[in-house]
Design a binder for this molecule. Structure first.
Ligand code: ZN
Length: 280
């Protein structure tokens, strides 16, 4: 097939030096999804690409797109926006890097990714600006939302066995501990959970479950990373470390079960608190 000139926006998920003066970058674009591009002369002082290929930048690009190839030549690039706040704070930078690594890992090949692109732009802005103590929780919420956009939403509306709705769980019994089953991607009410082995999955208080549900709402529910930030603002103090540890384990298990290409994130290992436990 003949290559076509495609104009698109993109977020730089990764970039590598290539040869003396060039760069190879991975972009997340709305129209083409994840693509690899080669930018000749990108490291020249007079590069026509300016800062558009810097890591985590948002740019406008013109690509010689050649269907079926892994790498496409970039004709031009112009910076739209850089997330400077991510580069001024080590924990924000690590989470921004981990978010880019996550997107790169879980996106398969080239297919339109408009919703994900919009979400990623907003997500980077949230990581850049949200209160620092809220970052670990926001990051996990964003991972669940990406999974939702990809069609793997956790099922947190009702019990997987008896179907009782979380939102209508008024009885004292229903407000006990719910069980999250990573492999099924959903929850069991206290009554049904009691019939499962104790190690079936992590137990969540009713409040924690409601919080998890609010964090994990997908875009189809009209929720955005800004919505996640609003959830966190309702409880602005530093989240309980036990809750963050529970959330870390639960999200990791869920993603490993449902996204084949997910194997955890290297970037997270560098966080000051270990895990996703960015210190406040
Ligand atoms: Zn049940």
């Amino acid at each position: 097939m003949i290559s076509a000139l495609v104009s698109c926006e993109g977020i730089v998920l990764r970039n590598l030096r290539h040869g003396e003066t060039s760069r190879i970058a991975t972009l997340l674009t709305p129209e083409l999804g994840k693509i690899g591009v080669m930018a000749k002369g990108a490291r020249d002082p007079k590069s026509p690409f300016g800062a558009s290929l810097e890591f985590l930048s948002h740019g406008s690009f013109v690509v010689y797109h050649h269907p079926g190839r892994d790498l496409h030549f970039l004709r031009s690039g112009a910076l739209e926006r850089e997330f400077r706040g991510l580069f001024r704070d080590s924990d924000r930078f690590i989470l921004g890097s981990a978010f880019a690594e996550f997107l790169e890992r879980v996106l398969q090949g080239e297919e339109p990714a408009c919703e994900l692109f919009d979400f990623a732009l907003q997500g980077l802005q949230v990581l850049e600006t949200a209160p620092r103590p809220a970052l670990p929780e926001l990051f996990r919420g964003m991972q669940l939302r990406v999974a939702s956009i990809l069609g793997y939403a956790p099922r947190l509306e009702q019990c997987l066995r008896c179907g009782c709705a979380v939102g209508e769980a008024e009885s004292a019994a229903a407000r006990g501990a719910w069980t999250f089953l990573p492999s099924d991607g959903g929850v069991l009410c206290p009554e049904c959970g009691a019939r499962e082995p104790v190690d079936a999955g992590p137990r969540l208080s009713f409040r924690a479950l409601r919080r998890l549900r609010a964090m994990a709402l997908g875009r189809s529910n009209g929720a955005t990373p800004g919505h996640a930030a609003a959830v966190v603002r309702e409880r602005p103090s530093a989240p309980d470390p036990a809750w963050i540890a529970l959330l870390d384990g639960l999200v990791e298990d869920f993603l490993r079960y449902h996204l084949d290409s997910y194997r955890g994130l290297r970037a997270l290992g560098a966080l000051s608190g270990g895990g996703s436990g960015a210190s406040g």
